[in-house]
Write a protein that binds this ligand. Structure first.
Ligand code: F3S
Length: 64
């Protein structure tokens, strides 16, 4: 399993994470990222990785 977390102090709302992986990430009212599913595996973990790799602020952390 891969655990996903978003650092609210780093996220500024670029929105790439929830645009690229809407099954994993959502937006709050200000456009900041909210993790929909915190623990994922398989294809969902790949989607989470795409979101993390495309965040310019490096706000998304994946741990396994
Ligand atoms: Fe925030 Fe990065 Fe997503 S800045 S909205 S976590 S692309």
């Amino acid at each position: 399993m891969t655990h996903i977390s978003v650092d609210p102090d780093r996220c500024v709302g670029h929105g790439r994470c929830y645009s690229l992986a809407p099954d994993i990430f959502d937006a709050d009212d200000l456009g900041h990222s909210v993790v929909r599913i915190e623990d994922v595996a398989g294809e969902s973990a790949q989607h989470a990785l795409v979101g993390a790799q495309n965040c310019p602020e490096e706000a998304i952390t994946l741990t396994s």
